[in-house]
Design a protein around this ligand. Structure first.
Ligand SMILES: [Zn+2]
Length: 322
């Protein structure tokens, strides 16, 4: 990705359980519960439940992929991150992982490092945003910690272990699950050097998270994991330049960079930004009060971009080159 920082967006929000939540801990527990909620030591050594940033990122990514798949079905515009090229199953044709395709290409041609231009340019919309084996994405999510003063409460549920491969009940295995029924967490997500459609994509995920449509953790098919997000702060910042309308990296970089990286055009209209506050080199716009309106053109960009995206044809051609 471009070495210089041109823009960033930062969203702070709280997560509250609507259904009981289970984010599994990998560790054995002393209390005799088979599956316990993940905890970390914070605030004077107290052992508190938390939601790892990696879990949140996983949920946001897969929901974002779902949105892209809804916007275009043929060909599917995003990859399946765990599918190896040549090993696509039924219904997975053309959807092998961008990262694994690039890895295979590098191996086959004795290439050590792919240029970040090519890796970005030929990646699917999800890998462009969230990253893949060959490059880090621009999206970051922090661990979500309990809001101060909040006392979480848990319940123990009986669960029958679901065999992870067949989806059936594993033989005779009975499990106790420790689920969180009360407790509000706060967290931050950030995206750097965003294309405007990427903000649109994140906005659609957040909107559905506010509307309690997103589930996280384990047991989501058994009624666990529904959450509600409440956005407390949404800021968009530009570095070294002031903007009066919402733009993304393609409105800020050179024409050469735009073509090298394949940044999409901003076709979805304009929205005015409120006056910025200067913080060093950064001009920060607070859009908390009307983020859905401000980001409407970004959502239009997303629709246009997905409709015209050259994935998977582009990456298929590229990885055939010698
Ligand atoms: Zn991909």
């Amino acid at each position: 990705m471009l070495k210089r920082l041109l823009n960033s967006a930062k969203i702070e929000f709280t997560i509250s359980p609507v259904d009981p939540l289970l984010i599994k801990s990998g560790q054995a527990t002393v209390g005799g519960v088979d599956m316990s909620f993940v905890r970390t030591r914070r605030n004077n050594g107290r052992n508190e439940p938390f939601i790892p940033g990696s879990s949140l990122k996983g949920v946001i990514r897969s929901y974002a992929e779902k949105i892209c798949r809804t916007l275009k079905t043929e060909p599917v515009p995003v990859c399946l991150p765990y599918v190896t090229p040549g090993k696509e199953g039924q219904g997975e044709q053309g959807q092998a992982s961008c990262g694994l395709r690039f890895e295979e290409y590098k191996k086959g041609n004795g290439i050590k490092d792919l240029s970040s231009r090519d890796a970005y340019s030929y990646s699917c919309p999800a890998c462009r945003t969230f990253g893949s084996h060959v490059f880090t994405g621009r999206f970051k999510s922090a661990d979500a910690y309990l809001l101060s003063g909040v006392n979480p409460s848990f319940e123990i549920r009986d669960g029958v272990a679901i065999d992870r491969i067949t989806g059936g009940a594993a033989s005779g295995a009975k499990y106790d699950l420790e689920v969180l029924v009360k407790g509000d967490f706060s967290t931050t997500i950030e995206i750097h050097n965003f294309e405007r459609w990427q903000l649109g994509l994140i906005a659609l995920v957040l909107r559905d998270m506010e509307d309690e449509l997103i589930r996280i953790g384990s047991g989501t098919s058994r009624g666990l994991g529904r959450i509600k997000a409440t956005i407390s702060s949404f800021t968009v910042s530009y570095f070294g330049s002031q903007q009066s309308t919402l733009t993304g990296i393609s409105g800020q970089c050179t024409d050469q960079e735009k073509s090298d990286y394949g940044f999409a055009n901003e076709t979805g209209g304009n929205s005015t930004l409120t006056k910025s506050v200067q913080k060093g080199l950064r001009f920060e716009h607070d859009i908390t009060a009307n983020w859905k309106d401000v980001l409407a053109p970004a959502v239009n960009d997303l629709t246009d971009y997905i409709a015209s995206v050259q994935w998977p044809a582009g990456i298929t051609d590229y990885t055939r080159r010698r």
